[in-house]
Structure formats: structure tokens, C-alpha cells
Design a protein around this ligand. Sequence first.
Ligand code: ADP
Ligand code: MG
Length: 475
Amino acid sequence: MFNDWKPVIGLEIHAQLNTKSKIFCNDSTEFGKGDNQNISPVSLGMPGALPVVNKMAIENSIKTGLALNSEIRRKSVFSRKNYFYPDLPKGYQISQFDEPICEGGFVEFYVDDEKVRVGITRAHMEEDAGKSTHHGDYSLINLNRAGIPLLEIVSEPDIKSPAHAAEYARTIRQILKYLDVCDGNLEEGSLRCDCNVSVMKKDATEYGTRVEIKNINSFRFVEKAIEYEISRQIEVIESGGEIFQETRLFDSTKNKTYSMRKKEQAHDYRFFPDPDLLPVIISEEWIDRVKSTLPELPKDMAERFQSEYKIPKYDALVLTQEKALAEYFEDVAKESGNAKSASNWVMVELQRELNDKKLSIEKSPISSSRLAELIKLIDGKVISGKIAKKVFGIMLTEDKNPDVIVKEQGLVQISDSGAIEKMVDDVIAASPNQVEQYKAGKDKLFGYFVGQIMKASKGQANPEMINKLLKEKLK
Ligand code: ADP
Ligand code: MG
């Protein structure tokens, strides 16, 4: 029965913008301060307190809009969205309604090998609300978060599967982090995701009724929640029921969504332009200036890495997941002159260590230039790849250049043919049975001899020379 249906998915992503002060006053935005430490009459919604818009919040929104291929409105308007909730002391949220700062646009990303494009409807600025915590028969309110600038990025209902939805959200986060407009920290709530989901018959021409799943704070849960919701809706409809427009929450322990509140009819927020705030007028010069400061975006960087450094698409996508990682790779590739090797060392050995120690690339114990030096030692045949792993291990804990470690530990590759020939002879002399079997056709044993010689040389003998000499001697 599932085969007759297709899902329709649209995401709303709320990103807290990286500004030092709030969007309409100069309270600090620092996370984790004591309760109600970052407040003032404006955050508290005191009568007569007047908002003044934060220029950085606008600049960061312009940056994001440009990166999302949006049209930046030269004039945008702040409106009041009226509703009552204890963590909203003014009785309204300042948001943007019919004239948002960014309109239209799209993002592109890969899912497996498929290039996916998702349309952006709009992105608008608004203020965050405070936070309530509930304790038995009373609740507490912390207004530190009230007034933190948010950019709400609304997608078109273009997303075709739960996996695409999760990848879309990851891509938005990646772009925001590249732009340095949002720290993307999901645990601290810097990025929050609402998922709108409906289902329709494959041959239908109209969308079904949508349900909104609110405040999901992990990309894996985005995927799980949507998956659950799609099958729930299909089952309800197939068994003769009806989907109501409602807000649901996701329970990650049960892997289910449940109803939070039904939307009886569309909520009437009585939007109107905020008379305390002037329209935001953005000049061409401002947009041009922001354009000129835009960094290279992850997708462009991944494409450039493939063409400039001839590394596979997979490598390019992994390496550009984070800007600092991409820059680290590029430094190693440039300095070592061996991009594929640079990519392998960064993606495999270095990433493993960083993951184990939960370190960011900025805290890497090995600098990019030292890793490049190590690669040069391999390519210059000073050490073998195997010894290089040992040197790498030492570099993780000792603050030394790889060539110093190689000298100190006597790890230079043995390429002296006399010395290697002696090792080959010794191993052959010590293994008469294996020699006999090899000569009788058991080719596999070649590896055994190589292994023994390597062992005798403590891994330092030049492998190409071992192969060559061994072949001659065993003929
Ligand atoms: P609201 O302000 O009530 O949340 P919006 O018009 O801003 O409504 O839409 C919110 C999100 O819902 C958008 O991301 C949009 O793509 C998505 N959406 C709209 N219609 C549907 C639908 N039928 N099924 C799934 N998603 C939808
Ligand atoms: Mg909504």
C-alpha cells in the first residue's frame, strides 16, 4: 500500500545568528550565563522600552541570503506576531511577515550519487523567545534567550524523502558555519528544525494536509521523525481516517511523534508592522560589500578540490564538511605536492585520532606543515608507508618534526642493496621447507618471505628492493 503514496516535506530551520548582542538591544548573547543575567527592559518587554535593530544581525542575514541564492529585499519590514505565552513578555514576537529580508533561492547537495536541489521560499529575521522550565506545580522563566537574533529559513515543500530532509538540514548547517553566521550547535539550540510532512497519492494533483513536527535538535531525529510520520499518515488515511493540521513532537526514545496541539483553524497572529521599528533599507553598496566578503562555499570548494587536486568526489565531500578541515587538507596538499596522499592521511589517520580524542581540527596535535613533511619523507623514499604510520603515532604525542623523529629513532628506510641481500639470504637459509614448497608451485608463500624480511629489518627495508631481490633468489 505504501507504494501508492509519496511524501511532501518542507523544513523550517531557525538559526541563532552569531552576534555579540541581541537583535533589538545590547544585552549579551553569551550562552550558559546564570538565569536572567542577560536581560534589560527591552528583553523584559517593559512598557516604553524601545527596540533598536542590530546591524550585524542584518549583515549576517544578507550573507546567508546570498549564499542561499536568494533575492535580498532592498526594503524589509519588522512585524508584530501577536500571541500569549509566559516566555514572551511583550505579548508579541517581533518577526518579519510579508516583506522578509530574503526571498527565493535554493541549495544543492548530494545524497549518495544523486544531486538534489531544494528551493528556499524565504528567510526572515526574528527574535527568539525566553525559556520555561517546569518543576512539579510551578514553572520558572529564563529570559536570557529572549531577543537572541534568529534567521528562519523556510524551504519549499520540495523535499522527497526523510534522508533528503536530513541532508538538506546538514547542508544548511554547513553553509551557516562556513559563513560564520551561526555556530550550528544543536545541543545548545543554536539550530532548531521544524519538519512539515504530508502524504499524497502518487497521481494526485493537490497536497495532503500537513502536520508540523516541532523543535527537532538532531539530524538523525529529523529523518526518524519524518519516517514515522509518513507511515502514520498513510495508515490513518488507508484505514478511513483523516489527517488534521496539527503540531506534533518527536519522542526519540519511542521513535514516535505525538500530538502537542491541534490547529483548529489557522492561528490568527494579527500581524502588523511594528510601529517602533523603521523598515530596513539595504543599499546596493552594502550588498556588494557583503558579496565581496563571502567565503568559498562548501559545494564550490568540493568541486574545486576534484578538479584542482584530482581527488575523488567522496574525498572532496568529506574534506569540505568543515571549513577548517578543508583548509587543513589544502595546506597539506599544497605543501606536500601529493594531494591524494594528503587526503588519505587527513581522512583516515588524522580523523581517527581527532574523533577518538574528540578534538576539532583546530586542536590537531599535528600541524598541516608537519603532516606535509611526513608525506614528503615517504615520497622521497626516506621512510616506507609503514614506518610513516609509526612516525605519525609519535608525532601525536611529541612536538617534533618527522625528520627529527626518523633520525632519533633510526627509522630511515634501508635501501642498501648489500644489507637487504643479506637479509634475503638469511631468511631463505632459515626456511628450507617453505623454499621447497614455493618452488613446487605454492606462490602464496612469497608473502611469507617478504613478511619475514620486513620483520628482520624492523619494517625499514625498502619493499621494492625486497621484492626484486627475492624474486631473483627464488627463481
Ligand atoms: P506556517 O507559517 O504555518 O508554518 P508556511 O507557509 O510558512 O506555514 O509553511 C511552512 C512549511 O511547510 C514550509 O517549509 C513549506 O514548504 C511546508 N509545507 C507547506 N505545505 C506543505 C504540505 N502540504 N506538506 C508538507 N509541507 C508543506
Ligand atoms: Mg511554521
